[in-house]
Design a protein around this ligand. Structure first.
Ligand code: NAD
Length: 356
């Protein structure tokens, strides 16, 4: 960092699993970030984060943090139900915001968040993690170069397996009032964002949602209802005419975090697998079509060696006046697709994107 750049002062809101393991770790290694304050309603999580990252100011109420601290950016890593309220409060104070996905509980919240940011002219970001996977970046560059021609199809899956265990607890993620949708918003949002990032806007979808286990042990004792989807699938048509098949579940036996996509165009095909982040499979041109063969290609070193996170990219963007990270407009566009899939699954018909 050059001598005249001062670090971005960040207020971290939500110091749970991902806020700590993903976000604070990323800021801690960035020369562009200084974590000046943190907030959590859970005193233990807050104390652990404050100790681990030497954060001096801690708060149990985000409003106090916003009131008292001099901040350039706020990071919202709380459960989905509070993304909109906290983000809009920060935006109204002219503070830049990076928020976790899915952006809101539904399209109405997401639209309000994006509109507030536009109105106040503040920079925003959404942590669509997988945009930063080297293979995902390479796939986007290949598609944009025109090497695979016009895209006909995308087949994208995202499989985790932790709910196969019937004793896995009924955490907030499985409770509609806290999360909005289930695996659709949690994992499906990443697939939707990647597809938008690679191919373009969705036009219509037809969804199917399924819940396998309807009751699970609550972390504090007793049983709680699971009232969101455990598995989600949907067909899609894109504005450019491409078609897509999407599937995500938390019931994929022995899968930790398996995300995969195949993309087929008029002149070539590509395969992405986040468990092999530094390579892709490809078949491009008449020769390889004749061979009916996909070759493994390492992702170019220039992409692999610049691997970063959205958190690090966002603070660097703020420090340098750049705009590379997914914005609240991207988060809201993703939410339009989530709502359309949910409506379509409930009504058993195709739904247009946006719904209204
Ligand atoms: N981008 C990704 O790859 C990715 C991965 C995991 C989680 N996430 C997202 O991150 C967010 C948090 O998920 P998590 O797994 O860290 O959950 P978590 O339950 O581990 O942590 C959430 C934390 O927020 C705190 N909290 C709740 N309400 C609050 C409030 N009003 N003010 C301050 N703190 C509050 C909780 O006490 C907890 O410490 C979710 O939106 C989730 O979808 C994204």
């Amino acid at each position: 960092m050059s001598a005249n750049l001062t670090p971005v002062r960040i207020g971290m809101i939500g110091t749970g699993g991902w806020g700590t393991r993903g976000h604070l770790v990323a800021y801690h290694r960035s020369p562009y970030a200084k974590i000046v304050a943190a907030c959590d309603i859970d005193p233990q999580n807050l104390a652990n984060a404050a100790t681990q990252f030497a954060i001096e100011a801690t708060y149990s109420d985000y409003r106090e943090l916003l009131e008292r601290e001099q901040l350039d950016a706020v990071d919202v890593s709380t459960p989905n139900v509070s993304h909109a309220e906290i983000s809009i409060a920060a935006i109204r104070r002219g503070i830049s915001v990076i928020c976790e996905k899915p952006l809101g509980m539904n399209r109405h919240e997401a639209r309000q968040m994006a509109a507030a940011a536009r109105e106040m002219g503040v920079k925003t970001a959404v942590n669509f993690t997988y945009r930063q996977v080297p293979a995902a970046r390479f796939i986007r560059e290949i598609i944009q170069s025109g090497e695979i021609g016009e895209v006909y199809h995308i087949i994208a899956t995202y499989n985790q397996g932790h709910l196969v265990d019937p004793t896995a607890p009924r955490v907030w993620r499985l409770h509609k009032a806290m999360t909005g949708t289930g695996v659709l918003g949690d994992l499906g949002s990443h697939l939707i964002d990647l597809a938008r990032h690679w191919i373009g806007d969705f036009q219509r979808v037809q969804g199917h949602l399924k819940t396998f286990i309807h009751e699970r042990p609550l972390p504090g004792g007793g049983q709680g209802a699971v009232d969101v989807d455990d598995a989600a699938s949907f067909l899609a048509e894109f504005a450019n005419g491409a078609t897509g098949v999407f599937f995500c579940t938390r019931y994929a036996y022995a899968r930790a975090n398996s995300q995969r996509a195949e993309i087929y165009g008029t002149k070539g095909g590509l395969v992405y697998d986040n468990e092999r982040p530094d390579e892709i499979q490809f078949a491009i041109g008449d020769f390889m079509r004749g061979q009916r063969h996909y070759c493994v290609m390492p992702v170019p070193r220039g992409i692999v060696e610049t691997r970063t996170t959205n958190m690090e990219q966002f603070v660097e963007d703020l420090a340098k006046g750049l705009a590379r990270t997914a914005t609240f407009d991207d988060g809201a566009a993703c939410q339009e697709v989530l709502d359309a899939v949910e409506t379509s699954a409930n009504e058993g018909t195709w739904s247009s994107v946006p719904l209204d």
